[in-house]
Design a protein around this ligand. Structure first.
Ligand code: ATP
Ligand code: MG
Length: 281
């Protein structure tokens, strides 16, 4: 096939089956302040992510993005509402992998031991897992430090270890909370490609929280703008890009529609931040 302009559909047709990999219904949650006041973060929030879909969530700091992930992953219990997360297309239970905003590496474990921790939490680690972990670490430029301890690593290296740990568990749903924020541009693009490849190969659904609008647009089938208090979905954008050849971190950024999507997300974020500032002034 010659290289031609391909319109990338919002969902890869080989993986899209119409099944919801994540379904959040009527989700309500509030935090209580020290003086006993309830601050509602979500009130009857609905949203879903389909099988094989990559969705980015953008929104100002404090909007509730990490709280949403904590609820979806079961780390905190919602006050009301239903969450179904990670189910396979046949309805059987899948596996959720959550890369927290903080990397949370165990200081007493080596890089390799940290990388296989996710697997260890649900089954015995096999020699093949160690081999895969070493390969993935090498791919992320961490081959030489596989047997070192986390304290000797830079912030970007620690993030890459955490990402390795997340992807090694063969998840059906991946939650990534600002996974690439401490990385240089080149590494960031390479890891964006890796996450997109994971979806292509395994039909994994990915939900990504990012403050980087370019990253959100380049990687995602949909960009959701979360704003207000309680947080609402202010915009839900189908990202359709015309790329030369397959969609990659670079080809997506070169698509003619890229700037238009960028402006829409940027303007949405700006207007909601201004509204919010006005509301709290
Ligand atoms: N355990 C908690 N107890 C009380 N309030 C909390 C708790 N966790 C989060 N909050 C509050 O809930 C709101 C949402 O926080 P959250 O961390 O989800 O925001 P965020 O969108 O992830 O922000 P950022 O972009 O800075 O990471 C904030 O006002 C925060 O102070
Ligand atoms: Mg957060």
């Amino acid at each position: 096939m010659s290289v031609s302009a391909l319109a990338t559909p919002p969902i890869d047709p080989t993986h899209a089956s119409g099944t919801d990999r994540l379904k959040v219904q009527q989700l309500s949650h509030a935090f209580r302040t020290a003086d006993g006041v309830d601050v509602p973060i979500f009130e009857r929030l609905d949203f879903s992510v389909r099988s094989g879909e990559i969705v980015s969530i953008v929104g100002r700091s404090g909007a509730g993005k990490s709280t949403l992930f904590n609820l979806v992953s079961g780390l905190i219990k919602p006050q009301s509402g239903q969450i179904s997360a990670g189910k396979r297309d046949d309805g059987s239970a899948g596996r959720i992998a959550y890369m927290l905003q903080k990397d949370l590496l165990m200081p007493w474990r080596t890089v390799l031991q940290n990388a296989v921790l996710g697997i260890e939490l649900y089954r015995k680690v096999k020699p093949a897992d160690i081999e895969r972990a070493r390969q993935m670490l090498a791919r992320y430029g961490l081959g030489a430090v596989a047997d070192a301890y986390p304290h000797s690593l830079s912030g970007g290296m620690r993030q890459r270890v955490a990402l390795t740990r997340t992807l090694l568990v063969d998840p059906t749903l991946v939650l990534l909370d600002e996974p690439f924020s401490a990385l240089d541009y080149e590494t960031r693009l390479a890891l964006e490609d890796d996450v997109m490849a994971l979806r292509e190969q395994s039909g994994t659904s990915v939900v990504l929280v990012t403050h980087d609008i370019e990253e959100a647009i380049a990687m995602s089938d949909r960009v959701i703008l979360l704003g207000g208090r309680p947080a609402r979905i202010e915009d839900d954008i189908d990202v359709r890009l015309t790329t030369h050849g397959p969609r990659t971190a670079v080809s997506a950024r070169e698509a003619p529609e890229f700037r238009t999507f960028h402006s829409r997300v940027w303007n949405g974020l700006r207007s909601h931040t201004i509204q919010h500032a006005g509301a709290t002034a």
